[in-house]
Design a protein around this ligand. Structure first.
Ligand SMILES: [Zn+2]
Length: 189
């Protein structure tokens, strides 16, 4: 069975027997149910080990927070896609605190513009298309050296972002994807 068919079959069964723990919003369809209860947005890496692990490790439950995931929890500019998500989280949904959460053993440490370029060429991507993003590719992929430093860089960028209001706190944290330990990198008082 193709993966997507398996997913759809699983979903049909899931919805037909919706577990009790997921019934909180079953009949609720008003704006308030979309407001994160903790007024928190989490910007984390897409690492597979953090799925269903990071939130419970933080005591975050369904409905508590907006969770945005980008590779390496990277933000590369003041109007980056992650910033667009944060803008909606802040201005439409009342978020007052942002937690930038990197993690140990992040795959971005080993990802370089060279490794990506090689793989893209091997998959038939045209050199012209790669040339189009060459500068950004280098700045982003080669700029990621250390997950903790990256958290500091992203926190700094968000604090300086003119699109984010000054009363929104931006904290930095580092997660261990195997032990579940959270280390405080920087706390916004
Ligand atoms: Zn990662």
């Amino acid at each position: 069975m193709a993966l997507i068919d398996d997913i759809l079959a699983t979903n049909e069964n899931f919805c037909a027997n919706l577990p009790e723990e997921y019934k909180a919003y079953e009949h609720e369809d008003h704006h308030d149910s979309k407001i994160p209860k903790k007024k928190l947005a989490i910007l984390a890496c897409m690492d597979t080990r953090t799925t269903l692990f990071l939130e419970p490790a933080m005591g975050i439950k369904r409905g508590d927070a907006k969770v945005i995931k980008t590779v390496g929890n990277c933000v590369t500019g003041f109007f980056d896609t992650a910033v667009k998500s944060l803008m909606v989280a802040i201005y439409e949904l009342g978020v007052m605190e942002i937690a930038v959460i990197g993690h140990e053993e992040c795959g971005m440490q080993k990802t370089t513009s060279e490794s990506l370029t090689k793989a893209m060429l091997a998959r038939g991507i045209s050199p012209d298309a790669i040339k189009m993003v060459e500068k950004e590719l280098k700045e982003w992929a080669d700029g990621f050296k250390d997950p903790e430093q990256n958290v500091r860089d992203v926190v700094k960028l968000l604090k300086e972002d003119p699109l984010i209001p000054k009363d929104v706190k931006v904290h930095g944290l580092l997660f261990h994807p195997r032990s579940g330990k959270l280390k405080l990198v920087s706390k916004d008082e």
